[in-house]
Write a protein that binds this ligand. Sequence first.
Ligand code: NG1
Ligand code: ZN
Length: 546
Amino acid sequence: DERQKSLILNSSLLYPPSQVKLSYGTAGFRADASVLQSTVYRVGILAALRSLKTQSAIGLMITASHNQVSHNGIKVADPSGGMLTQDWEPFADAIANASTPQDLVQLIDEFVKRENIPFDGVKSPEILLGRDTRPSGESLLEAAKQGIHCFVGALSHDMGILTTPQLHWMVRSRNRGLKATELDYFELLSSSFRCLIDLIPNASKLSDTNDKLVVDGANGVGAHKLELLKKKLNGFDIEVRNSGKGVLNEGVGADYVQKEKVVPQGFGSQDIGVRCASLDGDADRLVYFSLPSEDSGKIDLVDGDKILSLFAIFVKDQLSILNEERDENTKDNYQPCLGVVQTAYANGASTDYLKGLGLEVVFTPTGVKYLHEKAAEYDIGIYFEANGHGTILFSERFLSWLEQKCNGLYSKGSEQQKAAFRLLAVSKLINQAVGDALSGLLLVEAILGNMGWSIHRWKELYHDLPSKQLKVKVADRTAVVTANAETVVVRPPGIQEAINADVAKHSRGRSFIRPSGTEDVIRVYAEASTQEAADDLANSVAKLVD
Ligand code: NG1
Ligand code: ZN
């Protein structure tokens, strides 16, 4: 109504539009923090509308993840705890780029009518706000609140400094009527972790794995939260480094470690052979690594693909134990369907390995929203990006079947009962809203314990094909259009033929290009049988883009 419109008009005067054109990419809006005030204010408005429309709590997370500390960004968590529904992205772009307050109000008015967003006699908007450790976060949070409070009666809860997955988890839990504080989060993670540790077979306990884990916290929020979580994991030997004294993401963190494949700051020869892990700036990515015996500055990387493989093996093993059921009373016809989801960035060796295990492997374009959506089609869907973002999704049907199995159908202490309890614990430990480095880390640790595996045993599952990633700055990255989960360029014409010709020159060659959703660049990926060949292929493909 008119009062509502004038509220928006007045407050938007405080947030003059920025001059840069932004788009709601794979991770929301991201840019230098200095240009984000008006964008974040407008996303506050969007979140309130989304809350009215869904009559549920919505999340807003202020973070630029692994990007440099001077950057920031904002993304919306939908009622399920997942990413904002894709059909609202064009509206996000439109209001972010509206050039006058009048345009803004008109766009909102039209959208409210088109979407039938209810205002009268309904629950007021409710938004949970979180931010990472970036200094710009506090004032951006204020801008978001201003946007939210354009709506009469709107509630905003500032949850403080959080990891991205914590905020998503809180939104999901709250909308399911479950306990949703940070303490509840730590409680769920630690209790399900202990449950998995208690179920470690005796044979595995005897193996000589290196018990200590050292974690690179990227000088971000994850380091701090892991210290808090650690207090609930009595006896579990974790050392957290890069916990905030250095610069966020600079020479540290999962993105750096995975892309550069070098030793992060704070690690050195004293860590040779030790199991190490790296989080990114908002703790939604996780990779493992170890330092090889000679001190070369290089690392042995255990990336998202290998975490995926570890999870897939474990889940598959537990399912086969359940399948061995011979007792006619507890046997049934339901065959849970396990699926694995990757992107074109997955190392070719990982895909071969997973398929070799007889698993169903499917591909989607880059971006959690695509992977998540695909994984949700399975009873158990496991997705990971090579960079370490991923999780496991369980269907309601599978979980209620599992709970039945746990509730006394099996003879106490039987292998079947243990397998069912393990899978149930995994479903609680793993964050089903979004990829979560902290819950992922605990699951890796619990699985290694269950299998009696060292990081070296894990790393040897398969050997990565050498790969190379480059980025090329271009005038207009939207000129590159891809198809088939980004593996084929359809525009500009001729490029794909040229890539094919380059690929054909290299043994086990594979290469693709795509516009980044978070940076103004075209990304180039190449892999081949040797590092030299991969570098060479990446360089020649990059020249095609320039
Ligand atoms: P873009 O910039 O679209 O490549 C990057 C990552 C994605 C995803 C998003 C969100 C690579 C190659 N791309 O996206 O996988 O994690 O950031 O953080 O790592
Ligand atoms: Zn991140």
